[in-house]
Write a protein that binds this ligand. Structure first.
Ligand code: BGC
Length: 751
């Protein structure tokens, strides 16, 4: 159905471009344009029937709380992301939601960001692949998605007004590619612009971001929706290509649009374009099906959660063996934390409690379970209470063959809306871990946290560490599955665990000051920095253990074009359990005019292998795997030269590598009088012409002198031509240089 918008009045058109209320758009009944509902997202449906808010304060209707992005990111499995997307889409449709707000694909620039639980990774390739899989599957189920928060929203501090000051290469290589992939590979119905400014201009009215990059470069045809309350100048926003202001403003800003068109400040055709895009959203399916398979979705939530858990350390204590006594310690074992605070907060249809799930699996193995609270989650607990809880926990550990300590962060320590200031677990939990480990009973720590916590101070005391992140409503069952080996852990870190917060490359410039946050580390974000600078970390990006072992054969890299390579490896499960393995392919190079990270993740695949099974996989590396963003040419460039393709166990551990030589792009730059002498002489067309001209104008003595001093040119190579002329008293005639500049323009490829 195509709605004829030419029959709408200007007032009607303006009214379509902002919300009716918190979660819905305005209808135009005469034109048959319905109201639709947009709601959070991303890892479940937050459909509020009563009081509405975007802070997760008022309850919503019960729905499945799937593992948040921090978990799905660690699964490194686009299939898992897709299955979550599909299920969220189905639940959205059940509630009559036309657009589900998510996923969030912002980069984890700092481990302190309060909303890291809602984002996938510090790496744009991993974030983009998972985000695109989620969106494709969600939209196939019916509703539209809203990929968010576009762009450079990497902190919560001052999120509604801070300017993220990021150079263009860094934006194009790190902060934009996940959005680009989702837009180009999954065509989301909407993109949500962020609250913050990008290089001084609010995202909601940033023409460069919304018109030039999103629509121009990437061909986005959907609607741009504002983050809730992100619009501060409606007319500027519409002019920049921001279509739908959410929530509503009781018509105030609609009137501003009408005025601006009437007095010639805003072209009506711009309004029409936005209206067409918003009307297209109303054509998405949005009649509530009321069909919700809560049981099936709970099982899926458990499966995804188990595959997202990262086994960080295991000194032969896991999986748990039968016939033993297990001490389960820690308040999180009975009061699970499985999702973050804020707008994504789901009213979970059901909750698995780890202690119950452990009891049930232990019973099947002939093991017994004792338990102790260990610490209080009550902020007002006294130190006396903490001491006594700790003492009881140590007693429980002493009676057991193995102690499992549940530790983590509560909503008090991390949430949307604010950033953390350190990476510490609460003191009483650290003291508990140390005390239990000191009892001599083998100790396993299970973590529940949305952002990275430091493991320093206790890492070496314990025998195993299970990083559970926030796992959604089936967290308890998933953790039990991994502890008992019902599921072989296969998660890998999607973000580095540093030794010290101060080692993080954004540390000096996070969260910024006086309204600005400078992304001065450039493209050296996360592991790109740690590996390049050789800074040791506790666990690198990509790390994750299994209960089985895998072997990866030699890498075979075949050049398939001027800027593409096929990487081939064979992986074998050499242990005695079925398991999943992630093949991680990185590319390293020093080719080209810009400094590159030591290595960058460019492809990955997760394989399920039975014991003894081996499989050959081929991964295609396209031009972007080798490209950098060239700020002079304003485009991605693959320089000719050598590239090392690496198959790695994690970002710090290369298993095999192979060097390939790529023809790359024929890059010919336009010359100016500001170009250096070196640029002039090395220019493939102008250089030889200049040299020929120079030689023909030399006296035999000058030619002889030049031949005897071949390094003379080197000394002046970095001198701009303008200055060179001054120093050499006009050795080269200006008019012939001007002709050569014209020649360089003709020979430079169009960009
Ligand atoms: C959040 C968005 C969310 C919106 C609606 C905002 O505060 O930043 O992610 O979708 O509220 O709840």
């Amino acid at each position: 159905m195509t709605t004829d918008i030419t029959r709408l009045t200007l007032e009607q058109k303006a009214s379509l471009l902002s919300g009716r209320d918190f979660w819905s758009t305005k209808p135009v009944d005469e034109a048959g344009i319905p109201s639709i509902v947009l709601t959070d997202g991303p890892h479940g449906i937050r459909r509020q029937a009563g009081g509405a808010d975007h802070l997760g304060i008022n309850d919503s209707l019960p729905s499945t709380c799937f593992p948040p992005a921090v978990a799905v990111g660690s699964s490194w499995d686009p299939d898992m992301a897709a299955r979550v997307g599909a299920a969220v889409g189905e639940e959205g449709l059940a509630f009559g939601v036309a657009v589900v707000l998510g996923p969030g694909v912002n980069i984890k620039r700092s481990p302190l960001c309060g909303r890291n639980f809602e984002y996938y990774s510090e790496d744009p390739h991993l974030s983009g692949v998972l985000g695109a899989a989620h969106v494709n599957a969600l939209q196939a189920a019916g509703p539209g998605a809203s990929v968010k928060h576009f762009a450079a929203n990497n902190q919560e501090t001052e999120r509604m007004r801070v300017s993220a000051d990021v150079d263009e290469r860094t934006l194009r290589e790190i902060y934009l590619p996940a959005f680009e992939r989702v837009v180009t590979e999954a065509s989301p119905a909407t993109v949500m612009c962020s609250y913050n400014k990008v290089n001084g201009v609010y995202a909601s009215r940033n023409r460069w971001l919304l018109a030039d990059v999103l629509r121009g470069d990437w061909g986005f045809t959907g609607a741009v929706v504002s983050d809730w309350g992100a619009v501060s100048n409606r007319v500027d926003s519409v002019r920049a290509g921001m279509d739908l202001e959410m929530p509503g403003s009781n018509g105030t800003t609609d009137a501003e649009i009408v005025d601006a068109v009437n007095n010639g400040r805003l072209d009506e055709s711009i309004v029409d374009d936005s209206v067409r895009r918003v009307v297209a959203l109303t054509e998405l399916p949005h009649t509530a099906t009321n069909e919700l398979d809560i049981d099936a979705h709970h099982r899926l939530a458990r499966e995804v959660a188990a595959d997202s858990i990262v086994l960080l350390k295991n000194d032969e204590v896991l999986p748990l063996v039968g016939g033993s006594t297990i001490a389960v310690i820690g308040a999180f074992a009975t009061e699970p934390r499985f999702q973050g605070g804020g707008s994504s907060h789901i009213n979970a249809a059901r909750t698995d409690v780890a202690l119950d799930e452990i009891r049930s699996l232990a019973a099947g193995q002939g093991s017994t379970v004792v338990s102790a609270q260990g610490y209080s989650l009550d902020a007002d607990a006294s130190s006396g209470q903490s001491e006594s809880l700790r003492a009881t926990a140590v007693e429980a550990a002493l009676t057991a063959d193995v102690a499992i300590v549940f530790a983590g962060l509560s909503d008090r320590e991390e949430s949307e809306g604010f950033d953390r200031t350190n990476l510490q677990l609460p003191d009483e939990q650290v003291e508990l871990i140390i005390a239990v480990a000191a009892s001599g009973t083998p100790t396993v720590v299970v973590l529940s946290n949305g952002g990275v916590v430091t493991l320093e101070g206790w890492h070496d005391d314990v025998d195993a560490i299970v990083e559970g992140w926030l796992l959604g409503q089936a967290c308890g069952g998933a953790i039990a599955d991994v502890l008992f080996g019902v599921v072989n852990p296969s998660g890998h870190l999607a973000e580095t665990i540093p030794l010290r917060l101060e080692d993080n490359p954004s540390w000096l410039n996070f969260p910024g000051e006086q309204g600005h946050v400078r992304y001065s580390e450039g493209v050296f974000v996360g592991y790109r920095y740690y590996t390049t600078a050789g800074v040791p970390v506790r666990y690198p990006f990509g790390h994750g253990l299994s209960y089985t072992t895998f072997e990866t054969t030699e890498l075979l890299s075949t050049v398939t074009g001027s800027d593409s390579v096929r990487a081939q490896v064979t992986v074998a499960n050499t242990g005695d359990r079925a398991g999943k393995h992630v093949v991680q392919i990185y590319v390293a190079t020093t080719t080209g005019p810009v400094r590159r990270p030591r290595r960058e993740l460019r492809a990955f695949v997760k394989l399920a292998l039975q014991p003894g099974e081996s499989r050959q996989v081929e991964l295609d590396l396209g031009r972007r795997a080798f490209a950098y963003w060239d700020i002079e040419l304003g485009r991605f460039v693959v320089p000719a030269g050598e590239y090392t393709v690496q198959v790695c166990a994690d970002a710090s551990t290369v298993l095999h590598e192979q060097i390939v030589t790529l023809a790359g792009d024929a890059v010919i730059r336009e010359l100016t009088m500001d170009s250096t002498v070196g640029d002039w002489f090395s220019h493939p067309v102008v250089g030889p012409a200049l040299m020929a001209g120079l030689q023909s104008s030399m006296t035999p003595e000058q030619a002889e002198q030049a031949a005897q001093n071949p390094d003379a040119l080197k000394m002046v190579e970095s001198m701009p031509m303008q200055q060179f002329l001054v120093f050499t008293n006009g050795a080269l005639p200006v008019d012939s240089l001007e002709q050569l500049i014209e020649l360089s323009k003709v020979s430079a490829p169009a960009v």
